[in-house]
Write a protein that binds this ligand. Structure first.
Ligand SMILES: NC(=O)c1ccc[n+]([C@@H]2O[C@H](COP(=O)([O-])OP(=O)(O)OC[C@H]3O[C@@H](n4cnc5c(N)ncnc54)[C@H](OP(=O)(O)O)[C@@H]3O)[C@@H](O)[C@H]2O)c1
Length: 332
């Protein structure tokens, strides 16, 4: 491997008319950013954020041409850090990968050693990317909820955007951790997928979108993992039983939150912010370890759809339309 070696990459270019064009191109190693660890990717997971980056969302990626992809997993090709050696199996998710740093949708990435997590022994590379940032975020949500005292005995957990990446992984992890799960979805054909993950009750999206305007609702869940935001997040909080926690991790519906403070003051409900990209390394390794052991989703691989790098272009439109189910993973 030398700096002029070429490899395949998804490249998003900004055109003169202001639109963005995605294509698979050949890149050279010397076009990758500086970093201590060069990784040959085996798998890369698709996230909602990647599709935003690939659509020219300047809040995610400022400069183009750009290769998106916030998740990657593969083998160390070379390392200037003594923490890693050629052939080590590693995971990189979050930090700045795929945002303003060239990301996972290419055969090689080069990153700072501080972003690299050794792959846990009980997880294959393929399984790691079925989780990806989605699984990591779902696990971080549960970790934070349990820190605030959430237990399975308190009652069911509501998961919104249930068939999406974060939602699907949240259901699987919660079920594995012993929680009863209520899955809220907009899809009519998702029962088999959600039941297989471990959901005990499946409800329509409208269940978690209260429009009565009431400041508090009859409590029907003991906590929630919300990927939708807006009025759905407000509903999660208003309908949560006393002392329960709501992990706010997404905004596919809306980025605003309009509600009163009554659920916090009268019911002691907690709203927890989840910022997976910035998780420090010690906690990151701890979460990946739990994902590989006691929280490992049963039959994890079956919740991934595996595609070639060329297939990623169409999948990005589908995820933006909320039409994907589970996790889409590029296999190199
Ligand atoms: N905080 C963090 O660290 C972090 C990390 C990862 C992701 N996220 C965020 O989490 C969210 C989900 O990401 P993802 O990768 O799981 O995306 P995804 O796979 O596209 O899942 C989103 C799901 O939400 C539902 N949905 C889509 N549009 C909706 C709408 N307008 N109203 C209500 N529900 C809608 C759909 O599920 P149903 O059809 O089943 O309802 C969809 O499958 C995104 O906002 C992403 O940016 C945050």
């Amino acid at each position: 491997m030398n700096e002029s070696t070429t490899f395949k990459a998804l490249v998003v270019r900004e055109l003169e008319n202001g639109s963005f064009f995605r294509s698979i191109e050949q890149k050279r190693i010397d076009e990758l950013p500086a970093g201590e660890v060069l990784i040959k990717n085996k798998y890369a997971g698709l996230n909602y954020k990647d599709a935003l980056s690939a659509s020219g969302h300047k809040g995610i990626s400022r400069n183009y041409p750009h290769t998106p992809g916030v998740d990657a997993c593969g083998l160390v090709d070379s390392s200037e850090s003594s923490d890693f050696s050629k052939g080590d199996e590693v995971i990189v998710t979050g930090n700045d990968l795929g945002m303003n740093t060239s990301g996972g949708f290419q055969e090689y990435i080069r990153v700072p050693s501080g972003w690299v997590v050794p792959k846990p022994a009980h997880l294959s590379s393929k399984e790691a990317m079925v989780y990806g940032t989605a699984g990591f975020t779902a696990a971080l949500s549960l970790y934070k909820m349990e820190k605030m005292g959430q237990t399975p005995e308190m009652g069911p957990i509501l998961v919104t955007g249930a068939t999406g990446g974060v939602g699907s992984m949240a259901i699987g992890i919660l079920a594995k951790a012993g929680y009863e799960v209520i899955a809220s979805t907009g899809k009519k054909d998702a029962d088999a997928h959600l039941k297989k993950l471990g959901a005990s009750r499946i409800v329509d999206r409208s269940f978690a979108n209260d429009e009565s305007g009431k400041p508090l609702l009859r409590s029907q869940w003991a906590g929630a993992i919300d990927t939708v935001g807006g009025n759905t997040l407000a509903t999660c909080v208003k309908g949560c039983q006393r002392k329960g926690s709501i992990a706010s991790c997404g905004l596919v519906g809306n980025h605003e939150l309009n509600m009163t403070v009554y659920p916090f003051l009268l019911n002691g409900v907690n709203i927890l912010g989840v910022d997976s990209a910035e998780t420090d390394m010690k906690l990151r390794e701890q979460i990946w370890h739990r994902l590989s052991k006691e929280w490992k989703v049963s039959d994890l691989i079956s919740f991934g759809s595996f595609i070639s790098l060329d297939g990623i272009i169409d999948q990005m439109d589908l995820i933006l339309e909320g039409k994907t189910k589970g996790r889409v993973v590029v296999e190199f």
